[in-house]
Design a binder for this molecule. Structure first.
Ligand SMILES: [Mg+2]
Length: 213
């Protein structure tokens, strides 16, 4: 039985399979500016960091290096494209709702993400998932971005949680949760996340007994 009092979920790559959608939207938004962007680079260097840091990274690796604020001009268009696509087809696994419903009540739940609130809230609503979360910490609401501990410390404070479990998929996110002093469960994908969490909570063998305590 687990003695965690809360579960703090990253969003992209943990609750939702959004990284391929983010990447496709970035590629389209950056193309008119003549900035190439490859999946391998995105996956290895851009997942888990905030958008501004990502654009600065892209500007610095351009040959010759580009002014990052020039590239940042495409950010609003990228965000609008992402919103349209994900709202049209919410990127949640079918079993995610049942999984969160099972945890809700037994644990306080929060979403802790570098993505902005206007990106996250409508998506959670579209997926019928918003009611399961007791708090959202989005963007720079807590201060510094991951890998700083600020977002996870703020979420734990909002939930008055003393022993939360952090669920993350990126290096920056794992570092953030650990810097906050919390246990971090690193998952490979949104698809495999529920099973990994349930295994960690020891729900799999006896869910009712575990949930009651
Ligand atoms: Mg992530």
């Amino acid at each position: 039985m687990s003695d965690f009092d809360a579960i703090l979920f990253d969003f992209d790559g943990v609750l939702a399979d959004t990284e391929p959608v983010h990447f496709a939207c970035w590629v389209e938004a950056l193309a008119p500016l003549g900035v190439p962007f490859e999946w391998d680079f995105f996956r290895d260097h851009c997942v888990g960091i905030d958008d501004r840091s990502m654009v600065q990274l892209l500007a610095a690796r351009s040959s010759p290096p580009r002014d990052w604020e020039g590239l940042w001009a495409c950010h609003a268009g990228k965000s609008a494209l992402f919103r349209r696509r994900t709202l049209a087809s919410p990127p949640f696994a079918p079993e995610l709702g049942g999984f969160l419903k099972g945890l809700h009540g037994a644990y306080k739940l929060a979403v802790v993400t570098a993505s902005s609130r206007p990106e996250i809230e409508p998506l959670l609503a579209a997926g019928g998932l918003g009611a399961y979360f007791d708090a959202l910490v989005c963007g720079k609401e807590a201060g510094r971005h991951k890998p700083a501990p600020d977002p996870y410390l703020h979420a734990a404070s909002l939930l008055q949680a003393k022993k939360p479990l952090v669920v993350e998929d990126s290096a920056a996110g794992v570092a953030s949760g650990r810097a906050a002093g919390f246990e971090v469960l690193a998952v490979e994908s949104a698809a495999g996340m529920p099973e990994a969490v349930l295994r960690r909570l020891s729900f799999v063998d006896n869910p009712e007994k575990s949930a009651s305590g």
